[in-house]
Design a binder for this molecule. Sequence first.
Ligand code: BGC
Length: 788
Amino acid sequence: MEIPAMPDLTLEEKLELLSGAGFWETAAFPAQGIRALVLSDGPHGVRRPAGDGAGLELGESLPATCFPAECATACSWDRSLLAELGTAVAHEARAQGVDVLLGPGLNIKRTPLCGRNFEYFSEDPLLAGELGAAWTAAVQAAGVGASPKHFAANNQEADRMRVDAVVDQRTLHEIYLRAFEIVVRTAGPWTVMAAYNKVNGLHAAENPWLLGTVLRDTWGYEGVVVSDWGAVTDRAAALAAGLDLEMPSSGGLGVRELAAALDAGTITEELVNVSVERILALMRRAPVQPDAGAGTAAGTADGTSAGRAAGTASGTAGAEADYAAHHDLARRAAAASMVLLQNDGGILPLSSEGTLAVIGELARTPRYQGSGSSRVNPVRLVTPLDGLQELVPGLLFEPGYVLSRESPCAGEDLVEMAAAAAAAADTAVVFLGLPDAAESEGYDRTTLDLPDAQLELLTAVTEANPRTVVVLSNGGVVNMGWAADVPAVLEAWLPGEAGGGAVADVLLGRDEPGGRLAETVPLRLSDTPAYGNYPGEGGTVRYGEGLLVGYRWYDTRGMEVAYPFGHGYSYTSFAYSDLGVRVVGAGSGQLVHVELTVTNTGGRAGSDVVQLYSGAPGDDAGQQRPLHPRRELRGFEKVRLEPGESRTVEFRLDVRSLSRYEPVTRTWVADAGEYRLEIGASSRDIRLAGVAALDGTVPAPLLGIGSSIEEWLADPEAAAALVSALSEAGGEGAGSASGSASGGAQLAASLALVGSMPLNRLARFPGSPVTPELLKRLEAALKSRRGS
Ligand code: BGC
């Protein structure tokens, strides 16, 4: 049934439409042609609760492909891979009757302690935004809505429901809002999810500045704003701020609060209608889905069946999802996301010839996804042990540790047996990582260390056999002091249901490790940017490091790191050459063209991630001008090349992409001057550099009587008005060098001495020529200049 423009709903029914009807659905009014919309997590697979879906119980969801988590896929730096993943997840969503997928997670990794970093892409907003946009656009092209989350500044799980993130405007715009802005502006998400926390004093879900001024007025967002589950504390305030849909159902409380606010006149029916219309528009966009639960994965545990599931809902268009093909995609995506952190002596890839000892419980009981609302019930899980046994029959396996709390005695036996296996083998591959309980939605980590039992095991194994390769499974970065003792480390992240096969592919060289770090691996927790400003106190967390998040911090301060942002080795090698930088156009219309040649100089096919960074003019420390991080990512391209093959890679940067946010004028401005443009294989491996001269777009500051003398003098018209007013005042009063040109110049020179003094403060000094009357005249002059 066609949904009418404004269906004949009573006011009460409209209010019901603005709140969930259960945990995962909106209210339905079949007589008016309004069906329930189904929302499901997201983001790395569909979590459609089985049964009536009435609860939040995890693990009780329909089987769905568990793709690699965002912490992994971010390291692919591959927009087209993210699009493939988006299409696949959306097909499964449609087959399972889901209208909106709750993802992607776009929050910035401010601290490695955030328990939910596995659900987020990066410490860099451009990378997070571009990958999130690719995923969102693909999901929506397949007829399912996305819900970028959690808007905004939800960068920790500690006290996540209430904590007030206090962030300066420039940092908000350049770092924490930027990824959302990219996704909103370029992919047009059907919904956006408002976060639990407060942003500068107001709950995100009730924050008119965030949801109104920024999201709708500045970015032009027209879709639905949905609350995170349970993020609303005051329904009327949330509606007034621009939050359309409260999820889940609040048992009628939201409806009653809205009704009371209508009675009290604090909100209007027009406001209600605006949100109703947005929700109806969302329904019109989402094709009618098969019955919830009709499409289920038929894949068998051993994966032998085609694993094809079809939505077979009565009378609705069928949707299909090819779970077998999606498993293969999950495997390819996992390999494309794994980061080869080190590979001394080219120990990897391994040959399948020698004896292999596989060590570590995580090889048999893998950690392949994170805990919490994103947990998917996988269709077909392949462990690393399965994957390796398929390629290296006869390998030795020892668990080495237990994942739960172990008795020291049993631990010693396990270590001894593992060391013996390592000694008997040509190569040992040790699987280390974080146990499930170490990182999760809902709470933060307390340490970056791997469990002691694992480190003890590693020491014993490397003593028994120095040809030891470590494979890591973790959602957030870990301390890696131990890495100096092993030749090779493969960071596999949380690689999804097919991760075991992908690990085997990469270790044996059937596939390459395609990943580059989307976040810095620090040397120690106390080096990290938020250290000292995390987790906050008294309900407030102050983002004291400002713009210097991730590599912006380490690079600006020249600090050593374990592995830099963007880093990762390939099984082949690449050379960059022939950098060309050209600036065309003028003023704010300038465009910077950057191009270079990438060549595969090694012996096998492989992919590389070309990274473009910029540094702004005058970024030397100590200069009295706006801070610029030493280096900021401005572009990236993943290229796949055959041995000996070369390709030209091009970037186009507009002025906005090199600009900083100016909080006083609330605009993006580019300082005039030379911008350093660098091509690197990581933020610490810069291979080519050039410069681009920009005209700059710095707008005149908004002058007022609180502006400094310097600011008045920098504006020729205002300077003339000030000097002439002062000359007049001087002429009337002290009989100074009024009137003459040289007198004016003298006056201007003496004013420069007190340049940093706000005009209205100068007026308070005894005998000051700047009097309150003069301030009034100047203020009036400014007003008439602005035409107000
Ligand atoms: C999480 C969201 C999730 C929602 C629904 C919340 O607790 O923060 O990311 O989409 O639950 O499961």
